[in-house]
Design a binder for this molecule. Structure first.
Ligand code: AHM
Ligand code: MG
Length: 336
């Protein structure tokens, strides 16, 4: 029987991809399915955050007498839980945890992947009903299968990512993930509780009209960065403008919008924080991978983000990311 399906769920989509790659084992599909499950649970809690007293400090007790967890702690536990109990992940590193966690049970040490994530990014927006998100990236481990993972399995440059993605909890929730084969976006259909393919084969427009940066830090930026920002403000119709400034302060939402509409997002170094704020492993690498597969670019100002050899799990880096032609123009300013 031929079923005429208009929509594909995340599971159906990853299984379809498996059919096209005969040597695939299904482990990556399994891992994405687990992350999708954690994402649904986090979505549910984010959606009722205003109703229940979940925004209190960790350790508070709510009206039902249950211990109240902050959303970011909850999100971290969900991500860790699905990956630990799955059969495709040998260890994780999280922005919320001081060090990586090796899963040392008999099944996990047989897994070939490690996963890094920022469980709930945009923390300053959690309690004001503004979009926030989860960011993840997947690497093939370097240590032999059958052993417990080590720090080296995590300290790999972004160009070694097998997959990366994010979930944005917004007006609707979306899961977007990239492999080298492409970037695809799934919107949560609450009526069936499934991630449903809504944005197949996402390509970032080569040029856009949006620039995203924290203007409050303007006088803290390097002169070259300031000159580029001023050039964005001066754009006219004749040179691809006028540009519009959009900055939510949730990287997931800001970069998601620019990925779809075309634009550039910047978190440069400042006088106080020369390396900026964003974390290479949990925020910049996954987005750089997604953006590059979608046709865009990402740099720290000098080096392609994906080529940076990490030296520690929580290191920060300046970030410039977005549409290819806008990035090339920025690079001219930075090189001048
Ligand atoms: P967080 O991990 O504490 O949530 O911080 C990361 C967030 C990003 O989502 C966002 O792009 C950036 O911080 C905004 O920072 P700022 O308020 O300094 O502009
Ligand atoms: Mg973060």
């Amino acid at each position: 029987m031929i079923v005429n399906r208009k929509v594909q769920t995340l599971d159906e989509f990853t299984i379809q991809q498996l059919r096209d790659v005969p040597q695939a084992t299904g482990e990556l599909s399994h891992l994405l399915r687990n992350i999708g499950l954690a994402g649904k649970r986090i979505h549910r809690e984010v959606n009722k955050a205003g109703l229940v007293d979940i925004l209190g400090d960790t350790g508070d007790v709510n009206v039902q007498g249950e211990e109240v967890k902050k959303l970011d702690v909850y999100a971290n536990e969900q991500m860790m839980g699905v990956l630990r109990h799955g059969i495709a992940c040998a260890g994780i590193a999280s922005e919320e945890l001081p060090d990586f966690v090796a899963f040392d049970d008999a099944k996990s040490i047989q897994s070939k992947y490690v996963c890094m994530f920022d469980p709930l990014d945009g923390s300053s927006n959690i309690d004001v009903n503004v979009s926030i998100g989860t960011i993840f990236s997947v690497y093939r481990r370097l240590s032999p299968i059958g052993t417990v993972v080590t720090r080296e399995d995590f300290l790999q440059p972004g160009n070694r990512q097998v997959a990366a993605g994010y979930i944005v909890y917004g007006s609707s929730s979306m899961l977007v993930y990239a492999t080298r084969r492409g970037v695809n976006g799934f919107t949560l259909d609450p009526s069936i509780g499934e991630w449903t393919l809504s944005h197949p084969d996402i390509k970032c427009p080569e040029r856009g009209k949006i620039y995203s940066v924290n203007h409050g830090n303007f006088f803290q930026y390097d002169e070259k960065v300031r000159r580029y920002i001023e050039a964005c403000q001066k754009k006219t119709k004749a040179d691809g403008g006028p540009y519009t400034q959009r900055y939510i302060g949730s990287m997931v939402a800001d970069v998601h919008r620019n990925l779809i509409k075309g634009g550039i997002f910047m978190y440069p170094g400042t006088i106080d924080r020369p390396k900026g704020k964003l974390r290479l492993m949990y925020e910049c690498n996954p987005f750089a991978f997604i953006m590059q597969v979608a046709g865009g670019k990402a740099t720290d100002g000098k080096t392609n983000i994906l080529d940076i050899q990490p030296v520690e799990l929580h290191q920060r880096t300046p970030l410039f990311i977005g549409s290819r032609l806008m990035m090339e123009e920025l690079e001219q300013y930075l090189a001048s």
